[in-house]
Design a protein around this ligand. Sequence first.
Ligand SMILES: [Ca+2]
Length: 183
Amino acid sequence: MYNPIKPCKSIKNQQEPHLQLVSVKKAYPSYTDYARATVQDIFTAPALAKAQKAEAQTFASLYLENKGNGQFEARPLPRPAQVSPIMDMAIDDYNGDGSMDIIIAGNLYGFEYRTARADAGNGLLMLGDGQGHFEPQSISESGIFLPGDVKALAPLQYQGKTGLLIGQNDGPVALLLLKKALQ
Ligand SMILES: [Ca+2]
């Protein structure tokens, strides 16, 4: 899953440790003092030394090309694919040009109550050129519109047509049928 939202500078998120750690709340009774404190001010050196650390190089959703020998080349997917977490994708040659294409869908509603849900995704068809580049198609071009808390895409054949079964959290299952190869 990818969450493209950059680290938020809002007062609300900066308050989170202040609200959840009693020791921090006691040490910094005023928001002014807390806002001016650094991480090293708030936590002791031994505590920071024992803390689990994670590091991210990017928050973008990527296309990874296997170059062999354990080497991968990473390319960010186009901007329209970065607006919301991707929960699933379906890969096929949807326009019949011999190159594989991608349909993505997602969103994420399950944040804690003070954080707005990530719901900007409407599903997206990206046409591949066979060289690792993907061209996003608008809703009117593709006919694909998959809003909601989508969690899974399952390709299937239905009455001789290529279809996509769409599963979403707390919502109905939908069936999308490809009417014809897109040109
Ligand atoms: Ca194609």
